[in-house]
Design a protein around this ligand. Structure first.
Ligand code: PEP
Length: 261
């Protein structure tokens, strides 16, 4: 049975001075049976968030990680540096791809390193508006998956708790969202891509999240789709009221899918 995951991507927001309080407040207001919660603050706030979440069933995640273990990579953070700070990691976020030139090949290397180091990866994929308008969104996402997953062992990735987040780039931080039906169709296409990559029936075991301007008001549209297993939340994840609403709705889906018994 696939888990229901609500992952908060705080992006470049919060400081070590305020991140702990925010994480504690969110954790206390989002306890829902059957809902897996993850908070991904900036690197420098990971320790504060980890400490604030002690005793709470909320994981911490990084928003990125370098593909090498150590070396002359000024300003970068490696997998071993995250030991004790994070158990999850977001990889290939569209902002990393757009602003930092991350390619599918690089994301694949990061994925290998993250999995080898025991981090649970959330691999982000999604098309830009021009691709959607041209009707080539599934080809774009298929190419992203192929570019970063080809040759990887499905069993190894499944054992690492591999998660995919479908995030249409035009919906991130814009207030626009895909429809539930479109997100569901893409989740089906993502699993078909995995099958084409040799995953067989294991493709059905990979959770697919939706991300892109998710709020408490619209999350139900996605979570009511059987192919969608949660949300990667950006802007709304900094607001405890929003996170409370999103997780409450996720709890309804978790119960409906038999994850709470
Ligand atoms: C994200 O950062 O992954 C994201 C989906 O952001 P937002 O919810 O703000 O669109």
């Amino acid at each position: 049975m696939r888990p229901i995951v609500i992952a908060a991507n705080w992006k470049m927001n919060t400081t070590p001075a305020d991140a702990g309080d925010l994480a504690r407040t969110i954790a206390s207001r989002t306890r829902e049976p059957g809902v897996t919660r993850v908070i991904c603050p900036p690197f420098v706030s990971l320790a504060a968030v980890r400490d604030a979440l002690e005793g709470e069933d909320v994981a911490t995640g990084a928003q990125n990680v370098h593909q090498e273990l150590a070396g002359a990579y000024t300003g970068e953070v490696s997998v071993p540096m995250l030991a004790g700070l994070a158990t999850w990691v977001i990889l290939g976020h569209s902002e990393r791809r757009a602003y930092f030139g991350e390619t599918d090949e690089l994301v694949g290397k990061k994925l290998d390193r993250a999995v080898a180091g025991g981090l649970r990866p959330i691999l982000c994929v999604g098309e830009v508006l021009a691709d959607r308008e041209a009707g080539r969104e599934t080809q774009v996402v298929d190419a992203q998956l192929k570019g970063s997953l080809e040759g990887r062992d499905p069993a190894t990735l499944l054992a690492a708790g591999f998660v995919i987040a479908y995030e249409p780039v035009w919906a991130i931080g814009t207030g626009l969202t895909a429809s539930g039906a479109d997100a569901s169709a893409m989740a089906d296409a993502i699993r078909a891509s995995l099958v084409a990559l040799g995953w067989g029936s294991a493709a059905e075991d990979v959770p697919v999240l939706y991300g892109g301007s998710v709020t408490s008001a619209n999350v139900g549209e996605f979570l009511s789709e059987p192919a969608i297993d949660g949300a990667l939340v950006g802007g709304a994840s900094l607001k405890p009221d929003e996170m409370a609403g999103i997780c409450a709705r996720a709890g309804i889906t978790a119960a409906a899918r038999g994850l709470t018994s």
